[in-house]
Design a protein around this ligand. Sequence first.
Ligand code: DMJ
Length: 456
Amino acid sequence: MKHIFFFVVLFSCIALAQQKPSDDFAATVKKEFLRSWHDYEKIAWGHDDLKPLSKGYADWYKQPLFISPIDAYSTMKLMGYNKEAVKIERYIIDSINFNKDIFVKTFEMNIRVLGGLLDMYELTKDKRILQKAEDFGKRLLPAFGTKTGIPRYWVNLKTGESKGDTVNMAEAATNLIELGVLSYYTKDPVYYQAAKKAVRAVYQRRSPIGLVGESINASTGEWTDTVSHIGCCIDSYYEYLYKAYVLFHDEELKDMWDNSLRAIDKYLAEEKNGRLWYGRAGMNSGTIVSGEVTLYDAYFPAVLVLTGDIKRADKAFASWDWLWKLNHAEPMVYDYRKDTVTDAMYDLNPEIVESAYYLLEYTGKEKYRDMAKEYFADIMKYCKYDIGFTSLKDIRTKERGNSMPTFFFAETMKYLYLAAGGAPKFHLKDYVFNTEAHPFKKNMFNKKEIKKRLGL
Ligand code: DMJ
C-alpha cells in the first residue's frame, strides 16, 4: 500500500512538472499581453500604433482609426480580459465614426479593422457593432468598382473615391473571409460577390502553367510584376482560397486552390541542403530566378496543415525553425540559394508561431509547443522593452526598432497563447482564422444559409 502511495505521488509530481512549463508559458504570454496593452492604453489610447522606443504613438492617416484596439480585441477575449474588451466595445459603439475624409489602404483596413469588428460582433452579438462593421464595409466597397473588379489600393472612407491601380495579389484578393462573413451577418451578398469577382479576375489571368505574378493593374488587368512565389505579397491570396472554401463550402475556391497548389509544387518548391523552400519563378516560364523568401512565407505550412498534408507542412516548417534558430529571430528576407540574409529586420511577425500552433493542434506533438516556447523566450530576451515590445532593426546585432505593430496584439500574442495551451476549450478545428488571426467559428455559418446570403 505504502508503495502504491509512493508511486502515485511520484507520478503526480512528474505529471505536474511536465505540465508546468507550458502553464508558465501561457501565463507569461498572458501577463505580457496585458503589460503591453496597458502601455498602449497609457501612451497611445485612441491612436493606431504604440511606438515603444520613443514612448509615443503614431496614426496611419491624418485621423486615427483605433487600429491597435480593434486588432487586439479578439486576443483579449481569448485570454479572458473582459474588462479591457468591454472598454473597446464601448468605444466602438459610442465614439468611433468612420465618416472620415481620408484615403486608407483597402487591404489593411479589410483584414485588421473589418476583420476585427466582425469578430467583435460574433463574440458579442451586439447589433450596434454589426452596424459599425457594415458601415465600414460599405465604405471599403467603392474600391472594387474597377473594370476588372480588383480593388484599388486606396479608398476614401468619406467620398468613396479610390486610387492606386497597381496592387499586389494579397491586396487584390484577400477579402473572401471578411466580406463573406459580412454578407452572412447582413444577409446581403453584395460583399462576398465583390470579393469573389476580384479573386476570379486574378485567377483567370494566371499563366498557362497555372502561376500568378506578384502585382497587377486593377483597371486594365495587365500584370505589372510577373514574378511568382507564395510569400509577401501574394501570400494571403492563396491562404484565402483554401480557408474561404472551408468556411463557406465554396467548391469553386477549392478547384482554384487545387490547381494553384499543383503549380506551386511543380515550379516553386525547391530543396536545398535537405530543406524545403518555395522560391521565386517567372509566372510564364516556371523557372526559379531567386531563392529569396520572406518571413511571411512561414504561414504556408499552416495552410498545408489545413489541407491535410502534415508531412509537407512539417518539412516546410522545419526550414523556418532552422532559420529562426540561426539568429534567435527571423529576418524579413532570406536567400536560401545564396544562404544570405537580404533584409535583417524582424517586425514581431506571427507566421512562424502560427504554423507551429497549427502543427501542434493537428499532430498533438509537443515538439511544436517547445518550438513556440523557444520563439517566445527569444522575443522576451531581445524584443521585450520597458514599454511593450520592440521590433528588431537587425536580428544579427539585435538593434531595436521603434515599432510594435497592431498584429503583435492580434496575431503573435494570440498564436503564442494558443500554442502554450492557454485556451484549452478553443479548438482550431472549430474555427477559421482570417489572415490577421481573427477567428470565425465554423458552426455560426449554416450551409444552406451561406448559399442564400453569400449568393453562391
Ligand atoms: C499581417 O498583417 C497579416 O498576417 C498579413 O496577411 C501579412 N502579415 C502580417 C503580419 O506579418
